[in-house]
Ligand binder design. Structure first.
Ligand code: TEU
Length: 546
């Protein structure tokens, strides 16, 4: 029988479909490309794939602006292709998780088009958040709310009769109007959307900006109290992490439980992890929430210890599944990020603008491999991002005219945005777009991608790809790693060590000097070669200690 708790320890691999593999030569990755590469993912050893949006979309935000929640973008394939991906993945033992984007639709969604064509106060407008402006002629936005992509979170429309009209709320690009989650039709539509995909066989859902759906819409709208702090920590903000949001996920849990096994879900809440974050992962709600604290943490022993302690304690309190993340389509790749100079402000490197150059250095790759082995040895469910198994660096120098992320436009070209982590994957050493597809790639790939390609690393001992394959194999086979035991162990100064059951130890060298291994330990895997029997700085080893 299917294990209903499979997701608690699953290794999930994020596919950003446009950048994964292109089967039809239009320069955009697609479901056919994914289908062709499923055997690669099976061999890598992942348990599940999280597919970023593949739905019809004008691509104002890389697909996170959806114009039809129950179809496939024609550039990426058809529903039949999707069904084939699910069937083939399942045959290979891989689960499929799809992305649900409930905070906002595309401005091209029929609902928003209907709202624009309907009068103020109409039921069509009520599916979104339309308000009159304030001040002279209503020319001032209804509140101080700001967009994540820069500027006010309000856009003024022209009414059907040609006069300047109401404003609508958009927490992201203006092409992404926010839905009104107090509207019963909106609530019903998303529950049916979950069923639509669950009926097609998907195993779970990743919920985009899960903490923003329930807004305080009481009149007059309340300003956000503190605009320099991106998100509040105590539930008092009018937009984020409000108590009422949990009723939505309690309703969704009932939908997930209509299926056997129940569908899993993971919340994305882009906020500092605190006790409130873990509430989304309660078994009565989504079950998992991304813990981004590892991703946000600079390199350092004390930071890593604090992050791991807090995550384990926080999740234990709420009863949800633990998660770990080092990279995603939203942040500079960790092979570059982890080499940034000490003291770099995370808010600066999250979306770098060149003031803090993102580096492609041996140090970055060493640390990325070490951090990955540390993460894969922790209890819970790690989320990998496509290309990290190749050690791909952030691409910091995409020509300006090629950049597509809305962050780039919305910040008046001062922040380059997230395209540097979204460059299409290299599959072969040479050739058009390094084997991504026959028609080039929608973002230019750097020359270094050839030697980082799958072909260049396949079967090469010590390559990053082979390290991932080996680690994932050990994770499946080793009894300690399969269990839930976790205990800190003694380690030399500025190093970190933890045991997973008797006989398994993970040792991370965060000091600047080589570190001795415990007596009698046998190395199961190491992020790089030992030097004179010592673990070099910026390396991790898994040890058999029994
Ligand atoms: O991201 C949510 C989010 O809060 C991001 O704006 C995040 O702060 C930023 O990317 C950090 O650099 C999700 C998706 O992952 C992202 O790709 C979308 O752009 C966003 O939602 C809107 O749907």
């Amino acid at each position: 029988a299917a294990d209903p708790d499979w997701w608690r320890t699953a290794v999930v691999y994020q596919v950003y479909p446009r950048s994964f593999a292109d089967s039809d030569g239009d320069g955009i990755g697609d479901l056919g490309g994914l289908l062709d590469r499923l055997p690669y993912l099976a061999r890598l050893g992942v348990d599940a794939i999280w597919l970023s949006p593949f739905y019809p979309s004008p691509l104002a935000d890389g697909g996170y602006d959806i114009s039809d929640y129950r179809d496939v973008d024609p550039r990426l394939g058809t529903l039949a292709d999707f069904d084939q991906v699910v069937a083939t993945a399942h045959r290979l033992g891989i689960k499929i998780i799809v992305d649900i984007v409930p905070n906002h639709t595309s401005d091209q969604h029929p609902w928003f088009q209907e709202a624009l064509a309907s009068p103020a106060g109409s039921p069509a407008r009520d599916r979104y958040i339309f308000r009159d402006g304030t001040g002279h002629d209503g020319a001032t936005p209804p509140s101080n709310w700001v967009s994540h992509f820069g500027g006010p979170a309000w856009e003024r429309i022209t009414e059907p009769d040609g006069t300047p009209g109401q404003w609508y709320c958009h927490l992201f690009a203006k092409e992404q109007p926010d839905l009104n989650w107090e509207n019963p039709e909106v609530r019903a539509y998303f529950k049916d959307t979950l069923r639509f995909w669950a009926d097609r066989g998907v195993d779970g859902f990743r919920i985009d900006v899960a903490h923003s759906l329930a807004k305080d819409l009481s009149h007059p709208l309340r300003d956000q109290p503190n605009l320099d702090r991106m998100l509040p920590l105590d539930g008092t903000d009018p937009l984020y992490d409000r108590e009422e949001v949990h009723t939505i996920y309690q309703e969704w849990r009932e939908v997930f439980n209509e299926y056997d096994p129940p569908r899993m879900a993971v919340a994305e809440t882009w906020s500092p992890a605190n006790e409130r974050t873990y509430l989304y992962a309660r078994p009565t709600e989504l079950g998992q929430v991304f813990d981004f604290s590892l991703l946000k943490s600079p390199w350092g022993r004390d930071r890593f210890v604090a992050v791991i302690d807090q995550a384990i304690a926080g999740h234990a309190g709420a009863g949800g599944g633990l998660t770990w993340v080092l990279s995603s389509h939203d942040v500079p790749r960790h092979a570059s990020r982890l080499a940034l100079p000490e003291g770099t402000d995370p808010d600066d490197w999250l979306i770098t603008d060149g003031r803090h150059p993102v580096l492609d250095t041996p140090l970055g790759l060493d640390r990325a491999r070490a951090a990955t082995l540390m993460m894969l040895a922790l209890p819970g469910s790690p989320y990998l991002y496509q290309g990290e198994e190749l050690g791909l660096p952030e691409v910091p120098d995409i020509p300006r005219e090629a950049l597509q992320d809305p962050v780039w436009y919305r910040t008046n070209h001062t922040l380059k945005g997230r395209d540097g982590a979204r460059v299409p994957l290299p599959w072969t050493r040479t050739g058009t777009s390094f084997g991504f597809g026959d028609g080039g790639a929608w973002l230019p790939q750097p020359e270094s991608f050839g030697r980082l390609s799958v072909e260049a690393q396949d079967g090469i001992p010590g390559s990053t790809l082979e390290m991932y394959r080996h680690a994932l194999r050990l994770r499946r086979d080793h009894p300690g790693l399969r269990g839930s035991d976790f205990a800190w162990a003694d380690a030399p100064a500025h190093c970190l060590a933890f045991d997973r059951g008797p006989g398994f130890r993970c040792l991370v060298n965060l000091s600047g000097v080589p570190c001795p291994l415990p007596g009698g330990a046998e190395v199961l895997i190491c992020s790089g070669p030992l030097t004179d029997g010592l673990l070099p700085p910026d390396h991790t080893a898994w040890l058999s200690t029994s």
